[in-house]
Design a protein around this ligand. Structure first.
Ligand code: OXD
Ligand code: MN
Length: 614
């Protein structure tokens, strides 16, 4: 590498900019200089988001052993990365909301006094980038020109993070334009991979300073600071103050044969099939009839009340998918697989060396037969025999693809529309083997908020910790609410008052099992059949009967033609057992007690009404 007085840094013929471009605001320059003084990188590189620069980032990562280029015939533009095996999922116990008062963070967040947190992390960041490059990543969350579009700047010493941010956000010079030469309002994101030591790992949010400091992890949700940290935790805090909402939701469009368009935002806890649902392929019969599903986003939505219509409008602030790889195949999610086929980063899957010396990737439940051997997510040799003997996995259960949304064959054109789309329905869901029926509609918005706030879901591999236990996960936002849950729920109730026409609210459960432990519902594309009832309800067409939990379809209202599901199965799927619901109310106490005397009164009233209905 050579660095010259030209303000350029040569890398395989590409010159990274070592000087800021013109038009960068004084506030940015000052902050970058301050962070560089603290972290002491050998060099500072200002990224512009160009294609050549992207290539150079991968080459740089390759020379540092961070990236492996995949066979370019099979995987054009695709790269492989393996993270430290102690760093493969979000670490909620090391994630903090840092404010002067613990009350701002509330009972469901880890809290640190902001001054103490700055002091602690300053110690960790001090000199952490010595011998490394600091990348300045300007990015915008949300379509340019959208009323909610937000500028962030991430400083990181990881080329992996820089390359991922280039897929997941609108990264590059346009962010400086959006901010303006005098701009001061941007999220200050400082990240260093440090020594990847879980003992020295902190993901800290300073909502009052619009600042995120993340140290010691390179994993997506901990390190790509535009995603969970900015677009959910910081954004939810800003949304509360500015009357909008940042939610852990997918966003999809449903076009009927008559070309009527319905937009659905849906919240499911991590790894409940959000990406699959967002890219759902309708069953053949529906396709032939003219039904179409399009994706706007698979993980995060920002919603505000449109002044003209009084309706809730939504955008996806991201530009890519950070999806779970194992189980992704041409049956489960052909659109996700297609999205991964080019310009994608694969993290922690199996790496296969081909006979011509190039590399392929492999994962469990993929389209391809298992290779004779590969290097698994821990960097160990994996063979089918070893897997059989020891249960070793080639791909980590939370291994990920980072794929550009532009690759999605069913991308909704409105995904780029700054005005967003009007939301017809909000769908909540969880992974529940019992108790929760296949689908029901809340009686109204306030009841819907109660339903969403009391979601329970069996835990999975997306976060570290015990798997398979039911965890209360309000709005699937428990790990992502950037402030006090009491105020967050209050904000949901309050938003109703700003809308002249509000979305219908539903609850679904694709994961209910019979007594023999077999899934009762086929899921995946067949979820279209449930979606059709939801769409029809939104437009005042479908029948529903009143039950204790909400409005429910009669068994004959769910189309089961052509699938291996009987009316008796639907009856079982839609069974609401009084005893189980009573048990569920008791389980909800876990959440209610946490919020103790501070639960919004609407929550208490809704619970009492439910008990009365029982
Ligand atoms: C994610 C998650 O990575 O929710 O999207 O964990
Ligand atoms: Mn998520």
């Amino acid at each position: 590498m050579s660095s010259g007085s030209t303000g350029k840094q040569q890398r395989h013929g590409y010159a990274f900019a070592t000087q800021p471009p013109s038009g960068v605001s004084a506030a940015v320059l000052e902050w970058v200089a301050e962070c560089a003084r603290l972290t002491m990188p050998d060099r500072v590189v200002w990224l512009d988001g160009s294609l050549d620069e992207r290539q150079a980032l991968f080459s740089l990562g390759e020379s540092e052993g961070i990236f492996v280029q995949l066979n370019q015939k099979k995987w054009p533009g695709c790269w492989y990365h393996r993270s430290n095996s102690n760093d493969v999922a979000r670490t909620e116990h090391l994630t903090f909301i840092c404010t002067p008062s613990q009350d701002t963070a509330g009972p469901t967040n880890n809290w640190m006094d902001d001054k103490l947190a700055y002091a602690k992390l300053r110690g960790l960041f001090a000199g952490s980038m010595k011998g490394r490059t600091m990348f300045v990543i300007p990015f915008v969350m949300g379509p340019l020109g959208s009323p909610l579009a937000k500028v962030g700047v991430e400083l990181t010493d990881s080329p992996y993070v820089a390359a991922n941010m280039g897929i997941m956000t609108r990264m590059g010079l346009q962010a400086w334009q959006q901010l303006g030469p005098a701009g001061t309002e941007f999220t200050r994101c400082l990240h260093s991979i440090g020594d990847v030591n879980p003992e020295r790992r902190y993901i800290c949010h300073f909502p009052f300073d619009n600042t995120i400091w993340s140290f010691g992890s390179g994993y997506g949700g901990n390190a790509l600071l535009g995603k969970k940290c900015l677009a959910l935790r910081i954004a939810s805090f800003l949304g509360k103050q500015q009357n909008w909402m940042a939610e852990h939701m997918l966003l999809m469009g449903i076009e009927s044969p008559s070309k009527e368009k319905t937009y659905v935002a849906a919240a499911f806890p991590s790894a409940c099939g959000k990406t699959n649902f967002a890219m759902l392929i309708p069953p053949e019969k529906y396709k032939r009839a003219g039904w179409k599903i399009t994706t706007l986003g698979d993980d995060i939505v920002w919603m505000w009340v449109d002044k003209e219509s009084g309706r809730l409008h939504a955008i996806n602030p991201e530009t890519g998918y950070f999806g779970v790889v194992p189980g992704t195949n041409s049956k489960s999610n052909p659109n996700a697989l297609e999205a991964c086929r080019s310009n994608t980063i694969f993290t922690n899957v199996g790496l296969v060396k081909l006979s011509d010396g190039t590399f392929d990737v492999w994962w469990e439940d993929s389209d391809w037969p298992a290779p004779e051997k590969c290097i698994n997510w821990e960097g160990k040799e994996w063979t089918p025999a070893i897997a059989k003997e020891t249960g070793m996995k080639a791909a980590h259960p939370n291994s990920r693809f980072t794929a550009p949304m532009e690759n999605n064959p069913v991308l909704d054109p409105a995904a780029r529309d700054p005005k967003g789309v009007p939301v017809n329905a909000i769908v909540f869901g969880g992974r529940r083997s019992k108790t929760i029926p296949l689908v029901y509609q809340a009686f109204n918005w306030v009841h819907g908020v109660y339903v969403g706030a009391t979601i329970g879901s069996e835990t999975t591999a997306a976060a570290t910790g015990q798997q398979g236990v039911v965890r209360r996960d309000p709005m699937a936002m428990l790990p992502f609410i950037g402030y006090n849950i009491r105020d967050y729920l209050g904000h949901w109730f309050r938003m109703r008052k700003l809308m002249s026409d509000c979305p219908r609210v539903f609850m679904v459960n694709w994961f209910r099992k019979n007594d023999a432990g077999k899934f009762l519902w086929p899921g995946f594309g067949e979820n279209m059949r449930v979606l059709k009832w939801i769409v029809d309800r939104c437009h005042g067409r479908a029948y529903a009967r009143e039950t204790t939990v909400g409005w429910m379809p009669r068994p004959e209202d769910i189309d089961i033609e052509g699938i291996d599901v009987t009316l008796a199965d639907i009856r079982e799927l839609e069974t609401v057992s009084t005893d189980e619901i009573k048990q569920e109310i008791l389980l909800q106490e876990e959440l209610f007690l946490k919020i103790a005397g501070e639960l919004p009164k609407e929550m208490i009233f809704q619970r009492e009404l439910l008990i009365t209905r029982l």
